[in-house]
Design a protein around this ligand. Sequence first.
Ligand code: NAP
Length: 254
Amino acid sequence: MSALSFDFSGKTAIVTGAGSGIGAAIARELGRSGALVVVSDLDEEAGRTIADEISGAGGEARAFAADVSDPAAMKALTDFAADHGGGLHLAVNNAGIGGPSAPAGEYPEDDWRQVIDVNLNGVFYGLRHQIPAMLASGGGAIVNMASILGSVGFHQASAYVAAKHGVVGLTKAAAMEYAAQGIRINAVGPAFIDTPLLKKNLDDETLGQLAGMHPAGRLGTSEEVSALTCFLLSDRASFITGSYHLVDGAYTAQ
Ligand code: NAP
């Protein structure tokens, strides 16, 4: 399969949760396409490894460790990117966690708070600082990583489903507010993607069952999510904002 190619020369991008899985694939593709990529992750070493990989392949990248659920850290990340890159033009609020499996009537309250804090509040803290930085840079584009579970439910995952539905709503509201000022904000909804997030939570039998739930007959790949995300970040998507874009092997078409 030939790669879609984008030109992000002269743009500075933040990708959160970029030390692994989908975020790492997006950071690599932005780096290959000419952006200065700020590779951010909770895990400092994972972020540095991906930044080094991008630099080693001829791209420009910096690592910056930040917990998306910490508003001060999200401000520091945004300031770092804007200072090093001569402004901020692109952002992908991608960091997320799965949370434990339990029905809503038994869901542990601390885990509920943590999943909402990372998966929903973390996206808000990103937007809260990225939007002013992009206004100061003359505009930009943001993708928030939702999920198919931003539009349908799933057993034993009420916190994750609630957070991802929230990300879709937050994306729409913020996109309306800034469309006339040159900032586009979209959400992406992947189905089940073959990443460490799935593998660290599920055994092989469950992974096989999940693959079979997609009419495409398999899990998606991080690169397939990255292709859609980079298109939405690119100028080719200049009239696309405030919407939620599935990459799901027909999972939600059933
Ligand atoms: P992943 O491989 O686990 O990567 C997520 C990265 O985010 C990890 O490096 C993780 O670090 C980091 N992270 C976790 N909490 C963080 C925090 N508070 N602040 C900053 N970074 C944090 O997961 P993925 O599958 O690529 O998922 C990326 C995004 O796609 C998530 O928002 C997820 O909900 C969404 N998504 C995934 C799937 C799927 O099937 N994989 C489907 C739909 C949507 P640690 O490893 O140290 O925790």
